[in-house]
Design a binder for this molecule. Structure first.
Ligand code: 3PY
Length: 252
């Protein structure tokens, strides 16, 4: 299977991704053509993407050599099923508060007897890079199961969450985390919660990941020890560059 992100992480290379909020395969293809990315977060929690877009976006990501990771709106079985049925290499759920939440996403993501995932992988093989019959035997092991740590409870219970079998990645949502903790973004308490999550993930042998809105922050987080970071968000890049060009054109 072509599980680009899993292969990179296993080889101790950084997981470098971008955050895709815009529907339409052209954005993904254009960004990935710049090189260096091994995953794309297809964001259906926020942003303009819905589950009908998963199929084209996942194919576009894989065709360009990056793993499609789909963030579903919530930790619901039917939402996870639809994301995985598009062939996603991983699924991410927001707001994991405790080990029970983590056990749910693991169960929803794996076929019986390990979990309860419903069967319908018609469109998965081309995205997964395997033959039809191979998908069934590879999916459970190769899919990345990712939870977001971004709440007070999530940080309090992070050691228990990290130990859940079948869970691969603890992914910090720093913006929600600051709001949920009601602390200053980048302040001492915020950074302490981030450091606690990083340590809990590594102590349990799991991947530690964090959302970063630009490459400079991403570099700092990689230097801090994170294994997987986003480096930018599509619509924000577009807006920033358009503003910059408008500045040149108008001399402002
Ligand atoms: C957060 O920072 O809260 C996220 O989930 C990523 O945008």
């Amino acid at each position: 299977a072509k599980t680009y992100l899993r292969n990179a992480l296993q080889a101790k290379q950084p997981g470098l991704g971008f955050w895709c909020t815009l529907p339409g395969a052209c954005t993904i293809s254009t960004v990935l053509a710049t090189g260096g990315f091994n995953w794309v977060l297809i964001d259906a929690e926020h942003g303009a993407i819905t589950d009908k877009d998963y199929f084209d976006l996942s194919l576009a990501a894989t065709a360009a050599g990056a793993s499609p990771i789909i963030r579903v709106p919530w930790n619901e079985e039917w939402m996870i099923k639809r994301a995985l049925d598009a062939g996603a290499h991983g699924v991410m759920t927001p707001m994991c508060h405790n080990a029970e939440d983590a056990k749910k996403i693991v169960s929803f993501s794996k076929y019986p007897p390990t979990g309860s995932r419903g069967y319908g992988p018609m469109f998965c093989p081309p995205v997964f890079g395997c033959k039809g019959s191979e998908y069934d035997s590879q999916a459970d092991e190769k899919l990345l199961v990712i939870v977001q740590i971004e709440s007070r409870q999530g940080v309090e219970n992070v050691e228990e969450i990290a130990k859940v079998p079948g869970l691969d990645v603890l992914f910090i949502g720093p913006f929600d985390l600051a709001k949920q903790l009601n602390v200053q973004f980048g302040g001492e308490e915020h950074e302490a919660a981030i450091a606690k999550t990083l340590k809990a993930a590594h102590d349990a042998g799991k991947v530690a990941a964090i959302f970063c809105s630009n490459g400079q922050i991403a570099k700092q987080r990689l230097d801090q020890g994170f294994d997987m970071v986003s480096i930018a968000v599509d619509n924000a890049c577009l807006a920033a560059e358009m503003e910059r060009q408008m500045g040149f054109a108008t001399g402002t």
